[in-house]
Design a protein around this ligand. Structure first.
Ligand SMILES: Cc1cc2nc3c(=O)[nH]c(=O)nc-3n(C[C@H](O)[C@H](O)[C@H](O)COP(=O)(O)OP(=O)(O)OC[C@H]3O[C@@H](n4cnc5c(N)ncnc54)[C@H](O)[C@@H]3O)c2cc1C
Length: 389
């Protein structure tokens, strides 16, 4: 009985959402309407799932109420809407196994990234029991594509980093940094490094991109391209059209001292050695669903069967929504995830508020909900009319 109370007590993270894609973010909002506190966990350093990682700068034309909305913007709007729930966010945190049940609550094991730059919220996961778990893990946990070169594994998280900067950013001071990749993440790291204060700045930044650079189209494209062109002009940044072919490691210390790259520019070819103290690899991501295999959810072909009335899996109080969920007629669309989030949130009340009947309430007419929205609305109105507090 005591354990049951622990599971449903009103603590900061009553329930947990695995995945910060559009389904997980909208679910946080729906839980907020029901006064259910949630923790959202994602293995990536950013929210948004496929929308952010795979097509952030593309317009989406089938979101209700929008003739078109860029995927980045949709993610930002969903996050902003989810603030009604004041969700706790743990990024760079890969969820592994689950233990417990609907009576005693659930515990989740996790693997924080060694280079994690998230807050320390993930350490709380160890201590908490959750009344319900929502799997909103889409096509799977996105993991960086690894460099298949000798010595790469031994250097990982000391001098070789995948898609992130080391957590101790001061360690890059006066170091020769090499970034490999021509996509958005590589550009984000370059920009971040260029913005370091002079006292902590790296000695040099070299970007290796196989086929030139991807055109940036996000909101800050203009200022960022200015930063880049200025850095190129000043020689603080060098760009090479090339591919990494080998890692040069000092035999005695085992430390990375440089790389061999094959040049691919029209006017340059052949193998060249480039000195480096740190190597940041941004070669894209590939999704994996095998972290959920031990959850005993009856996964079939990477999908979790659910009851489409509640989006509950075959384990009580474990729900699945979004692309990972399967049921007759399922369509892998963002709107499907929104519908599933709403029904799963209501169904979870059986575990969060056992014995209570929860009635549907409209955001337009419910005094309780109107009070909830009053503060953010007043703040937004204040910002619009230019008033300050
Ligand atoms: C190129 C492309 C274009 C598309 N265009 C459209 C469109 O126009 N309209 C439309 O409706 N849909 C579109 N889709 C589909 C849409 O993007 C998906 O339906 C939607 O993203 C699913 O959302 P989700 O939240 O379920 O999962 P995802 O977006 O996949 O997010 C899941 C998140 O969970 C995280 N995660 C997974 N496992 C773990 C774990 N063990 N621990 C921690 N985190 C984990 C992942 O890192 C990821 O961030 C498109 C998809 C693609 C690829």
């Amino acid at each position: 009985m005591e354990a049951q109370n622990q599971a449903s007590a009103g603590r900061p993270g009553q329930v947990i959402i695995v995945g910060a894609g559009p389904s997980g973010l909208y679910l946080a909002f729906q839980l907020g309407l029901l006064d259910i506190a949630c923790t959202i966990v994602d293995s990536l350093p950013e929210i948004g799932g496929q929308c952010y990682e795979l097509y952030g700068d593309k317009p989406i034309f089938d979101i209700p109420g929008f003739e078109s909305v860029r995927a980045f913007e949709l993610v930002q709007r969903l996050w902003s809407q989810a603030q009604i729930a004041n969700p706790r966010l743990c990024l760079n945190t890969l969820i592994g196994d689950v233990s417990g049940d609907e009576k005693v609550g659930f515990r989740l094991s996790f693997f924080p990234s060694a280079a994690a730059s998230c807050d320390h919220a993930s350490s709380l996961l160890n201590q908490e029991r959750f009344a319900a778990v929502f799997v909103a893990s889409g096509v799977g946990a996105f993991a960086p594509k690894r460099l298949r070169l000798e010595a790469a594994q031994a250097l990982e998280n000391s001098q070789l980093w995948y898609g992130v900067l080391p957590s101790d950013e001061h360690s890059l001071k006066q170091k020769r940094i090499l970034i490999s990749g021509g996509g958005r993440r590589a550009m984000a790291l370059v920009k971040r490094l260029l913005q370091y204060p002079a006292a902590h700045a790296p000695a040099s930044i070299d970007l290796i991109a196989r086929s030139g650079l991807r055109t940036m189209q996000d909101e800050d494209a203009e200022p960022s391209s200015l930063i880049l062109s200025e850095a190129l002009r000043q020689g603080r940044l060098r760009i090479h059209q090339a591919t990494i072919r080998g890692l040069c490691v000092d035999e005695q210390s085992g430390r990375l001292v440089g790389i061999d790259m094959e040049q691919r520019a029209p006017d340059k070819s052949g193998l060249v050695r480039l000195p480096a103290d740190h190597l940041l690899i941004c070669h894209g991501l590939s999704p994996k669903t095998d972290h959920l295999l031990n959850w005993e959810l009856g996964m079939r072909a990477g999908h979790i069967p659910v009851d489409p009335a509640r989006f509950e899996t075959r384990r009580q109080a474990i729900f699945a929504i979004g692309d990972i969920a399967s049921y007759p007629g399922k369509k892998k669309l963002i709107v499907s995830g929104f519908h599933e989030a709403c029904l799963a949130a209501y169904a979870s009340c059986d575990y969060v508020y056992p014995g209570k009947t929860i009635h549907l309430q409209y955001t337009t007419t419910s005094p309780r909900l109107l009070e909830k929205f009053a503060k953010p609305l007043a703040q937004a109105e204040g910002i619009k009319s230019g008033s300050s507090c």
